[in-house]
Design a protein around this ligand. Structure first.
Ligand code: C2E
Ligand code: CA
Ligand code: CA
Length: 448
């Protein structure tokens, strides 16, 4: 329910023109709550407001009105077709409104449905426990269009001020080596009470593209395009070549380290990829244990046998494999245990929400424990604040990565960073005064 009082509407409220023009569909079975929402939307200056009392009516309206509403306020608890079923129907529709989920259920259920909707590729403006205030609704509607502008299917949400690249330019950029890796460090936390000090654990290579005119594109703009245009194989190999050059150069300067490369789901199904990688790494004289590959959970369900073949061949040679963005897909422990992973990278959404939300803290803790049970390293991504770091230390997370430690940097910045910044960052990770927590397995060094 939206409270009838509209006093808390922002005075400088400016809704996106699409929302004003195309309007909002309010789906709620309670007449009172629908009326309340409608009243509030009118106060915001909207005139196209549609109402539906159940899911079936909502779909009928969507398919019959001349111009689709921009936004749907969707109550999850509806008679007949419920809110989740409505979302499932929308998944198959190309033109669909952006969604604001509302529910009387608990926060855990609401955020589960929100995760599901996002995994289905549905643009979600917000998911809230009822009632929401007019001010919150206004702020939510003002976000319209933002998630669509960032690329669907990609985890990269960074907004680029430049228009998307053309396939031809991308092809040329790959051939000419315009796309290069930048490197972001990962640090090893040591368990409380351990006598070892935190250490540099390795680096993740992240693709960066600035063309000769100075235009920069985000991975969100060019990785999905490379996948569509069958250019992801050549791009990955070009980046690998550069990583091998950089590893060799650092080694010559006395720094032997390791790098993780992101592999797209499409690449996993390429039967030639594993062979190409092995051949290049051998030729460069780099040890396979200095390289690992990160693949998202969702990549695994696409083509199981060929993904297993690529991963197993590379693992047999000694390369590491990480599950990336862990927690954003739907894999069970049993599914994951079929793949020979060496590392679990916990998605940054959990890391960043954990200090504020207790149920997210529990998910984070169980992800760390799952890594421990599988005997693999847990890495927390997107660590931005000391508060997040402290929480991860107490949870026994093995490694961290994020802006708190460093932004991704060009290859030439790596050795200066190690010389000038690393020590300070390791100090942050040190936990000298933590009391010894009782341990179920003294060998693991982890708190019980
Ligand atoms: P990812 O693999 O999950 O990489 C982490 C992303 O989070 C990177 O964004 C990184 O810059 C960003 N990041 C790191 N620390 C923080 C933090 O503390 N806070 C926040 N908010 N963000 C942080 P980036 O470089 O834009 O890359 C985004 C995604 O693009 C990557 O997500 C990966 O899925 C994809 N990508 C990047 N390079 C490659 C590549 O060479 N190959 C493939 N297949 N995908 C790539
Ligand atoms: Ca990654
Ligand atoms: Ca990730």
């Amino acid at each position: 329910m939206i409270s009838l009082k509209t006093a808390d509407l922002p005075t400088n409220l400016q809704l996106p023109p699409e929302v004003v023009e195309r309007g909002v569909l309010v789906v709620d079975d309670s007449d009172l709550q629908r009326a309340s929402a409608t009243h509030c939307l009118r106060d915001m200056g909207l005139s196209s407001i549609y109402e539906a009392g159940d899911g079936q009516d909502a779909l009928t309206i969507l398919y019959s009105v001349p111009q689709q509403p921009a936004v749907m306020l969707l109550d999850l608890e509806l008679p007949g077709m419920d809110g989740i079923e409505v979302l499932q129907h929308l998944q198959g529709v190309s033109e669909r409104p952006e969604i604001v989920l509302l529910s009387g259920s608990d926060a855990v259920l609401i955020s589960a449905v929100a995760t599901m909707a996002e995994a289905m590729g549905i643009s979600l403006l917000g998911a809230y426990r009822k009632p929401i205030t007019p001010g919150l609704l206004a702020r939510t509607l003002s976000r319209y269009g933002k998630s669509r502008r960032s690329k669907e299917g990609s985890r990269v949400q960074a907004y680029s001020p430049f228009p998307d690249p053309e396939p031809e330019n991308l092809r040329r950029a790959i051939t000419q080596g315009e796309i290069i890796p930048h490197y972001q460090p990962k640090l090893n936390l040591q368990p409380a009470g351990s006598s070892q000090l935190p250490q540099l654990a390795g680096w993740e290579a992240l693709a960066r593209w600035t063309n000769t005119e100075g235009t920069s594109y985000t991975p969100g703009q060019f990785i999905p395009l490379a996948e569509q245009e069958e250019l992801i194989g050549p791009l990955t190999l070009k980046l690998l070549d550069q990583v091998l050059v950089d590893l060799t150069s650092w080694q010559q300067q006395g720094v032997t380290t390791s790098v993780a490369i992101n592999l797209s789901a499409v690449s996993l199904t390429d039967p030639a990829l594993a062979g190409e990688i092995i051949q290049r790494v051998t030729a460069a004289g780099i040890a396979p244990r200095q390289l690992s590959f990160e693949i998202t959970e969702t990549a695994l369900v696409m083509d199981l046998p060929s993904a297993l073949a690529t991963i197993s061949r590379l693992r047999l040679k000694g390369f590491g494999f990480s599950i990336d963005d862990y927690g954003t897909g739907f894999s069970s422990m049993q599914q994951l245990s079929r793949f020979p992973f060496t590392e679990l990278k916990i998605d940054r959404s959990f890391v960043q929400d954990a200090p504020k939300q207790q149920h997210v803290r529990q998910i984070l803790q169980s992800a760390v424990e799952m890594g421990r049970r599988m005997g693999i390293t847990s890495v927390a991504e997107g660590v931005e604040t000391p508060e997040e770091l402290e929480l991860l230390k107490t949870m026994g997370c093995r490694q961290i990565q994020g802006y708190l430690i460093a932004l991704p940097m060009p290859a030439a910045g790596v050795i200066p960073w190690i010389q000038q910044e690393l020590q300070t960052k390791l100090q942050l990770c040190h936990q000298p005064h933590q009391p010894q927590v009782s341990q179920s397995n003294p060998d693991s060094g982890f708190p019980a």
